[in-house]
Write a protein that binds this ligand. Structure first.
Ligand code: F6P
Length: 545
């Protein structure tokens, strides 16, 4: 099945030719209810999608396409534990991890909720021991620092959440994330820490990931410079599906927190992979995060498609990627503590929807996932916003705006919010040649000088953005936001007819790296590579000190 042949897709193709030059400015002028028409609230979270290149007809047609690909059916299949990750034969149940209603979720005839709850209980118990000082380091001191060793989904999600929930951090507890196999990452983290008071969480679903296992071994060596072998159990715990490998590494499996193959790496922060979040902010705050995720799950599952935030955002993404031919999507949080939010979203979206093969194994002849990127506002405004305003590409932007800061410094927050709103307004409105001319005349320009400057100061406008506005970045709100983007990615994967839950594309590089590692040794034989790789290997050997 290719979506291109669906009548609803074809209807959007025709609609696009009618609409492509329609100006949002004019649409706003014509319809005083445009904001009300194109905004949705879910609890405290508002999506304003009125600054998009759409009319009511566009939304109707996008929803018709979502219906044509049976989105509601797919949503139910996911929530009910069907093996929709068909290339790995797995269910996709991050929603069960935050299923606060506790209704049974069946996988292969077995309810997974008792297992989920048992691990949550184990996490709570462990956190309480660490926080109360019942769990002590080898010299009898309290744990003061958590070091999570993991990569990809076993790093990005928890690291982003810990940053974002810094105001909720427990006094006297530090959290650190080591992911890169570049020794700099581990060394610069450990040089600040004391092995007597440091607890390592080795987080790896498979427990075979080269970077994580290498970092974990080096961390243990660092620890053993002061601690003894029998002390390792007090300072190393694991999160994994793979008890055998955990035991082989030397971690007592009693100190292993289980996850399951139906938890995808990039969707795993809700599982025991979230242990550093719970250790850093407390289990109650971790559960508040789950509550927020669950709230968004209910919204996604129950709201009609037209009032469904992930569905609307997903379909708007399709509109830009497949009809306006846009290649990237910027996510710009106006909250410094969400600095890592775009990176987490990058893995979530690009590892899920960066696919060129459809669910039946056939090559796709339409565009799928865009490049996701972004940094916090207002920094981005002084870096790449020039291109978003006046470059030759159409780059939709999501502005993520918490109204209140945890750090209410004088009028910082008003300036921050004003900037976010101004960017969205400027992208939509632009500045016409007439407006620029009037400004230049006022500034005293005339004649040739004015005409020469004028085109450079014109903003074409009509550039789309969404605003996600909410009162404050609480654990619940963060849970809602992350779950919202997870579901948005899912909606797009269904329309593109791809499996959003595998990631075969990361395997080839891993295989080749394994082959090259031994070849970097001076006298090792170099196997058949292309001439570029062979020369680079030789050069590295020469330059290596
Ligand atoms: O290589 C990509 C990936 O498989 C991600 O999907 C995953 O989150 C990451 O590696 C880490 O995997 P693991 O948790 O098994 O170490």
């Amino acid at each position: 099945m290719t979506p291109l042949n669906i009548p609803e897709w074809q209807s959007l193709v025709r609609h696009y030719s009618d609409l492509k030059f329609v100006s949002m400015r004019e649409q706003f002028a014509l319809d005083s209810n445009r904001f009300e028409r194109f905004s949705i609230k879910s609890g405290d979270l508002l999506l304003d999608y009125s600054k998009n290149r759409i009319t009511q007809e566009t939304v109707d047609k996008l929803i018709q396409l979502a219906e044509a690909v049976e989105i509601q059916d797919w949503i139910e299949r996911m929530f009910k534990g069907e093996a929709i990750n068909h290339t790995e034969g797995r269910a996709v149940l991050h929603t069960a991890l935050r299923n606060r209603s506790n209704t049974p979720v069946m996988v292969d005839g077995k309810d997974v909720m008792p297992m989920v709850n048992a691990v949550l209980d184990k996490m709570r118990n462990f956190c309480e021991q660490v926080h109360s000082g019942t769990w002590l380091g080898f010299s009898g001191k309290k744990i003061t620092d958590i070091v999570n060793i993991g990569i990809g989904g076993s790093d990005l999600g928890p690291a982003m959440i810990c940053d974002a929930l810094e105001p909720y951090g427990i006094d006297g507890m530090g959290v650190h994330f080591v992911s890169n196999v570049d020794g700099t990452d581990l060394s610069t983290t450990l040089e600040k820490l004391n092995p007597e008071t440091t607890l390592f969480v080795v987080a790896s679903k498979t427990f075979t990931t080269q970077e994580t296992i290498t970092n974990a071994h080096s961390a243990r060596n660092w620890f053993l410079k002061q601690g003894k072998q029998e002390d390792v159990a007090k300072h190393f715990v694991a999160v994994s599906t793979n008890a055998d490998e955990v035991a082989k590494f030397g971690i007592d499996t009693a100190n292993m927190f289980e996850i399951w193959d139906w938890v995808g790496g990039r969707y795993s922060l809700w599982s025991a992979i979230g242990l550093p979040i719970a250790l850093y902010t407390g289990m109650d705050n971790f559960e508040r995060l789950l509550d927020g995720g669950h709230q968004m799950d209910n919204h996604f599952r129950q709201q009609p498609l037209k009032e469904n935030i992930p569905v609307i955002m997903g379909m708007l993404g399709i509109w830009y990627v497949n009809f306006f031919n846009s290649h990237t999507q910027a996510i710009v949080p106006y909250d410094h503590s969400l600095a890592r939010f775009p990176s987490h979203m990058q893995q979530l979206d690009m590892e899920s929807n960066g696919k060129f093969i459809n669910r039946s194994g056939a090559r796709i002849n339409y565009k799928t996932g865009p490049v996701i990127w972004g940094t916090p506002g207002t920094n981005g405004q002084h870096a790449y916003f020039q291109l978003i305003h006046q470059g030759t590409q159409l780059i939709p932007v999501d502005f993520v705006l918490p109204v209140n800061s945890h750090y209410p410094e004088c009028d910082h927050q008003s300036i921050l919010l004003a900037n976010g709103l101004a960017q969205a307004e400027a992208l939509m409105k632009g500045k016409t040649a007439e407006e620029v001319r009037a400004e230049l005349v006022k500034e005293g320009y005339e004649g040739k000088e004015l005409e020469a400057l004028l085109p450079h100061k014109v903003f074409p406008g009509n550039r789309p953005s969404n605003v996600l506005l909410f009162p404050k970045l609480t654990p619940e709100m963060l849970g809602q936001l992350v779950a919202l983007y997870e579901h948005k990615v899912f909606v797009q994967g269904v329309v593109w007819n791809i499996n959003s839950f595998d990631q075969w594309g990361v395997e080839l590089g891993k295989q080749l790296a394994k082959a090259i590692v031994p070849e970097l040794k001076d006298d090792a034989e170099i196997s058949a590579h292309d001439s570029s790789t062979t020369h680079l290997i030789k050069l590295i050997r020469e330059l290596r000190q």
